[in-house]
Design a protein around this ligand. Structure first.
Ligand SMILES: N[C@@H](CCC(=O)N[C@@H](CS)C(=O)NCC(=O)O)C(=O)O
Length: 221
């Protein structure tokens, strides 16, 4: 099957789908879109995904435009190495963790903190930013507790749950270290000290197959 994969550098949703492709060693044609030139809003791209969002995987005309759906599709088409477990118990826990991340971690971190910093809202409204930081810290405490007890989110081995969550935490580390975030005292500029288990988990994930290939190119250097 021939795959065309559409993505934007630094998009957390595209990152997780690309890492799944790379982790599984699946061949694909890469289409990096430039958001500055609105390449995800061209008529050609909107014909593939009318929402104009990435990631998109076109598998011989079957178009999938949701990151988790792409990961599930890849698991079915390329079962080895497994990302969604080998037994019903493992698969259930992995999906449990994915939905917990999507429902309780993603928004407080991505919308509450990362977007506020990157859109310049945090500096305009420091009080709101600090409130959002407290909410995000509660989500981090939940992750930290799991990762104190297990090396990965769904237990002893890497899974789709880790790959789904990792870009969100990387975004927090990157934007939490921006000077304005540090100046506001949001508390995300030294995850190694404040959340050592999350930080160690991020380091472990740097060694999995495909990590370097899927790392956002404009973050390098
Ligand atoms: N639920 C979708 C979300 C896709 C999404 O919002 N992608 C963002 C990048 S992370 C995007 O393309 N934003 C551009 C836009 O909305 O114009 C998924 O998981 O794939």
């Amino acid at each position: 099957m021939a795959y065309d994969f559409y993505w934007i550098s630094g998009s957390p949703n595209a990152w997780r789908a690309m890492l799944a492709l790379e982790y599984k060693g699946v061949e694909y044609v890469s289409h990096r879109l430039d958001p500055g030139r609105k390449e995800h809003k061209t008529p050609e791209f909107l014909a593939l995904n009318p929402r104009g969002t990435v990631p998109v995987l076109n598998a011989d005309g079957v178009v999938i435009a949701e990151s988790l759906a792409i990961m599930a599709f890849l698991e079915s088409a390329h079962p080895t190495p497994a990302l969604f477990g080998e037994t019903p118990v493992e698969t259930g826990l992995i999906w449990q963790r994915i939905f917990e991340v999507v429902n309780y971690v993603r928004d407080p971190i991505e919308t509450g903190v990362v977007r506020a910093i990157s859109y310049g809202e945090a500096i305009k409204d420091p009080e709101a930013a600090r409130v959002a930081a407290v909410v995000a810290t509660t989500s981090l405490a939940w992750l930290e507790d799991i990762l104190k007890r297990h090396p990965y989110l769904a237990g002893e081995s890497v899974s789709a749950a880790d790959i789904a969550a990792m870009p969100i935490l990387q975004m927090l580390g990157r934007f939490g270290a921006k000077p304005e975030a540090v100046e506001l005292g949001l508390g995300f500029d030294n995850l190694g000290q404040t959340q050592p288990a999350i930080s160690a988990w991020l380091d472990r994930l740097k060694t999995i197959p495909g990590y370097d290939a899927a790392y956002p190119p404009h973050w390098r250097g």
